[in-house]
Design a protein around this ligand. Sequence first.
Ligand SMILES: [Mg+2]
Length: 378
Amino acid sequence: MKIESVAVHACRLPPSSPWEDATNKVQGLEIIFTEIRTDNGLAGFGISYTVDIGGTAIKALIEDYLAALVIGMDPLDYERIWNKLNRQSRRLGLGVNSMAIAAVDIAIWDLIGKHHGQPLHKLLGGARDAIPAYISEINLRTDDTVEDLLQRVDGYIAEGYRTVKIKIGREEIEDDIERIVKVKERLGRGGKLLVDLNQKWSAAEALVRGPRLDPLGLGWIEEPMLYQDIAGHAALRRAMRTPIALGESLYSRQQFLEYLKADAVDIVQADVAFVGGITEWHKIAHLANAFGRPVAPHYMMEMSLPLLCGVQNAYMLENVIGGSLTELGLIEMPIVIKDAIGVPVDRPGHGIVPDWAAIKAHELTPGRVRAGFSGGSK
Ligand SMILES: [Mg+2]
């Protein structure tokens, strides 16, 4: 089996409900799809994404450079392909190139599944048939009241969710504590609340504010401070009992290794699109397992679902309101969570089939972003 062609499509559209956290107000999700065809008639689909910025660069990197490197290769040789792309793009550092490699690598794994007639979670180890999901909202607008929040939480409970993630990071810690206490009360016994700061606090603030959340019994505190600050996270972890979750801003297994060695993370949240695809994500999951840490990947619900069902140390699936490919209307066959349990689709490969007409309707072109780009970072 040989790769014959690589096609790339990118689109930009807002989340289907507005997203605002402590450090960012999202304007547009930029999602990159690839279609890799082989000489025996198979088509594999790859996915990657970025938030607000860089989608055109990712698309160009694949089209102008990476595609040529993989044409003629056998998709079953995923290690050879991944390492070739990684080595060739190392001058670019980490980030845009690992996002571009992900869009190729995910299509390669889709092809491997289709070649063997097996769903992705079986290829990765088939550790389980289903995974519990949590609902994740991105809503820290200044006009969002505690009553608004509790009304939404009632809706999540009605959908069957017992674990909920909310954004915190208001100027006054008392405002965060009020939201946490009320939501915890609403979730009741057996409910679990997770909070996400999106790197809002300084390291010094985290040491003062973090331990104040300890008595509240949170499931985890996510990205409390700047993602590069490994020593700061290690110090915070020693100073508080609440588990620390992070990883959505890390791009390689080496970065995760540094965090694990420093005892600076409890829950590993590698994002399959940011770390360079399934090949690297799988290694990070096993690395975390060696340190006794569970994985709860960031975002990418439809893609994270089979990944989690492949590995032993899976924790929970994140279902971000307004951001699944299904909610965005970008895939042909919807993949939905019922009663807060994710069940992988029973199709060869990862089971995600792009809706090319819908993607085309939101096409991302360099001209379009140049004409009206306004970033959302606060
Ligand atoms: Mg987060």
